[in-house]
Write a protein that binds this ligand. Structure first.
Ligand code: FES
Length: 107
């Protein structure tokens, strides 16, 4: 199963096996990864699943939709070049090893 690495702002690292087709938000909240809130359940209305994708994987993701991009303009932590909503990143085998830094704060 492909792996995802979640990094906290203090450097704490959590590595999870995530089934293809599962969003990085659902994987994180389902395993109690601190800092990924996912208040809206993944419908892009809360931005509490803000993550910053490591450079090597950012280009492999489809670009954010207009709605995702608009939400990223209103996150608690300022948007960075590779900011994404974890609810919109769907795991695939090709993303094995993807590393995302969890935004701090989310609220
Ligand atoms: S869970 Fe609400 S925007 Fe991602």
């Amino acid at each position: 199963m492909p792996k995802v690495i979640y990094l906290q702002s203090d450097g704490e690292r959590t590595e999870l096996d995530v089934a293809s087709g599962t969003s990085l938000m659902l994987a994180a909240t389902g395993h109690g990864v601190s800092g990924v809130v996912g208040d809206c359940g993944g419908v892009m209305s809360c931005a509490t699943c803000h993550v910053v994708v490591e450079d090597a994987f950012a280009a492999q993701l489809p670009p954010p939709s207009e709605t995702e991009s608009q939400m990223l303009d209103y996150t608690a932590m300022p948007r960075e070049p590779h900011s994404r909503l974890a609810c919109q990143i769907v795991m695939t085998d090709a993303l094995d090893g993807i590393c995302v830094r969890i935004a701090d704060p989310q609220l």
